[in-house]
Design a protein around this ligand. Structure first.
Ligand SMILES: [Zn+2]
Ligand SMILES: [Zn+2]
Length: 114
């Protein structure tokens, strides 16, 4: 699979070929693969977690209208953690950014419908 898919979407694809597989098994395996670093888990605020193949580090934008997740064309800020001044004793190990927006597909649809 490509893009950013939810566990439900992965389940639907697998269940089409293996009807006996349970939803819980698919969820468990996805989370295990993410823990092993084989795939990347994107935790979406107020939405279902998405999974994607690991590639370069990048940021995401979520469409406020349809809820889909897209990659953002923007350089990854490797040194962002180093810029934090008041650390409260934390060791910062990474960051994720999910922007909000409205996708072109939704905008086009809205234009057509007025
Ligand atoms: Zn959209
Ligand atoms: Zn992505």
């Amino acid at each position: 699979m490509t893009g950013h898919v939810s566990a439900d979407e992965v389940y639907d694809v697998i269940a089409a070929e293996r009807p006996n597989i349970s939803r819980a098994t698919v969820y468990r395996n996805l989370n295990r693969l993410a823990e092993m670093g084989k795939i990347r888990k994107i935790e979406v605020p107020d939405g279902a977690d998405r999974f994607e193949h690991w590639s370069h580090k990048h940021y995401h934008v979520r469409c406020e209208k349809c809820g889909r997740i897209f990659d953002v064309d923007m350089p990854y800020m490797e040194d962002l953690e180093a810029r934090i001044r008041d650390t409260h004793g934390f060791d910062f190990t990474g960051h994720d950014i999910i922007f909000s927006g409205v996708c072109p597909a939704y905008k086009n649809k809205a234009d057509v419908n007025g």
